[in-house]
Design a protein around this ligand. Structure first.
Ligand code: BES
Ligand code: MN
Ligand code: ZN
Length: 472
């Protein structure tokens, strides 16, 4: 899909579809006003939010889609959705070109990202469908502003999100720990600014948590360490890389397992970020850590009651093998403490169903030991239209993680499960390092089909973390 810019009037456009935002109670400000307002009246279309109207004409542009924007100033989500609906409508009429009317002040990058994400579908495992044979080829953005850089940024962001969606959507027997390691090595091979180490077995043996969870699987675990060097400040990102979560011996129900290929969505965030860092070139250094394994109930599997030792020497009693994410992240954070001088550590993990009970499926939980870091991440999430809500690290609840036989146990009882999960991870954060944990169990995967994302992986968190890293 290629983007170009035109400042010619709307009536001079000859795209298959013209996308036009309409604000409630305001006139349609364009040279085709007369053409559409009659139809709007007839159809009772007022520009109310979440409404659209297709107007077909005998003029150059045959299809005009009016998108109701409501009364308020549109936010990032609204603008993304505007672009995404445009892409969906173009595909629906099997169009190849789209022209987009852009009001002054709108973030063009969001329109570009919205169009690209609206056009996304995961068809790798399907035989040829009609959908695969139609493609939007050209998008013309109607504006007189200089938006070259905004277009490039929007394209870069969308490519990262789609990269992650593909990884998560793919069959989990294909997206294995070794597969993730190969992807990471590839990123390093193709970019001189990135280096990658996949830990040798004897190094990994020091990670009792990761090795313990991996014991029930026939797949080799991998520990991936990516580095991008761009400046003094050091940000370490860690992503949960459970390529399939069966629950292990504390096995999940059949239904509970249906979506558990999503359990490496945190790892996908990290890989997706590295896939675009060489383009965005932020002036910071970024480390990416991915502990990757399956969680399976094979004959060697870790048993409830087993004690494992994380890389920092702390012992963990595993009472529920389905609380595996925190156990492998314990090793990732221990590794960070041992090998990296981080100014900030941020982890992404599809950690708890409890977070979904608390916030619903669309909202990520944010935990942090540092007010400024939490505020910066919330600001970035607002910029990119991703829903994040801060939850508390209640000191007193640490008691829930007391083990009879080890330093800590991996479950904290019935209540406050998202919090006890975060508190467990906090125990492994290097002393004094600002840290944030994003529990993305809910928003990483959608069972609804929305303009911005079809059923499946969403790529949640990538847009906000890229906003944070590139300090926009
Ligand atoms: N991967 C799951 C969390 C999850 C659940 C993500 C649903 C997305 C959708 C995690 O490993 C898990 O199983 N957590 C348990 C923890 C419990 C045993 C303390 C949970 O949430 O039930
Ligand atoms: Mn689990
Ligand atoms: Zn899991």
């Amino acid at each position: 899909m290629t983007f170009s810019v035109s400042s010619k009037p709307l009536s001079a456009q000859n795209a298959d579809l013209l996308l036009l935002p309409v604000f409630e109670g305001e006139p349609v400000s364009s040279d085709i006003q007369g053409l559409v307002e009659k139809r709007m009246k007839r159809e009772g279309f007022t520009g109310k939010k979440n409404t659209t109207l297709l107007v077909q004409t005998q003029t150059e542009v045959q299809n005009i889609v009016l998108i109701g924007m409501g009364k308020d100033e549109p936010n990032a989500e609204d603008i993304l959705a505007f672009g995404a609906i445009g892409a969906r409508k173009t595909k629906a009429i099997r169009g190849e070109s789209l022209a987009v009317c852009i009001p002054n002040g709108w973030a063009v990058e969001h329109i570009v990202t919205g169009i690209l994400l609206g056009n996304y579908s995961f068809t790798k495992h399907k035989n040829k469908t009609l959908e695969q044979s139609t493609h939007i080829k050209n998008v013309t953005l109607l504006t007189s502003a200089d938006v070259k850089e905004n277009i490039a940024y929007g394209e870069t962001i969308a490519s990262a999100v789609m990269f992650a969606r593909d990884l998560v959507n793919q069959s989990p027997s294909q997206t294995t720990p070794s597969y993730l390691a190969a992807i990471a090595m590839d990123l390093a091979k193709n970019n001189k600014d990135i280096s990658c180490t996949v830990l040798p077995r004897e190094e990994m043996e020091k990670m009792g948590g990761l090795m313990g969870i991996a014991r029930g699987s026939s797949q080799e675990p991998k520990f991936i360490h990516l580095t991008y060097k761009g400046g003094e400040k050091v940000v370490t990102l860690a992503g949960k890389g459970i390529t399939f979560d069966s629950g292990g011996l504390s096995i999940k129900s059949a239904q509970g397992m249906e979506t558990m290929k999503l359990d490496m969505a945190g790892a996908a965030v990290v890989l997706a970020v590295f896939s675009v860092l060489p383009k965005l070139k932020p002036k910071i250094t970024v480390h990416g850590l991915i502990p990757a394994t399956e969680n399976m109930p094979g004959p060697g599997a870790v048993k409830p009651g087993d004690v494992v030792t994380a890389m920092n020497g702390k012992t963990i009693e595993i009472l529920n093998t389905d609380a595996e994410g925190r156990v492998i992240l314990a090793d990732a954070l221990s590794y960070a403490g041992k090998h990296i001088q981080s100014d900030v550590i941020i982890d992404f993990a599809t950690l708890t169903g409890a977070c979904m009970i608390a916030l619903g499926e669309d909202v990520a939980g944010l935990f942090s030991n540092n007010k400024d870091l939490a505020a910066a991440l919330l600001k970035s999430a607002k910029h990119t239209g991703e829903k994040v809500w801060e939850l508390p690290l209640i000191e007193e609840y640490k008691d829930k993680l007391q083990s009879h036989v080890a330093d800590i146990k991996n479950i904290g009882g019935k209540y406050g499960g998202a919090i006890t999960g975060a508190l467990f991870i906090q125990e492994f954060v290097p002393q004094g390092t600002p840290w944030a944990h994003l529990d993305i169990a809910g928003p990483s995967f959608t069972e609804k089909d929305t303009p911005l994302c079809p059923h499946g992986a969403t790529g949640f968190g990538i847009r906000m973390i890229l906003d944070y890293l590139s300090n926009r």
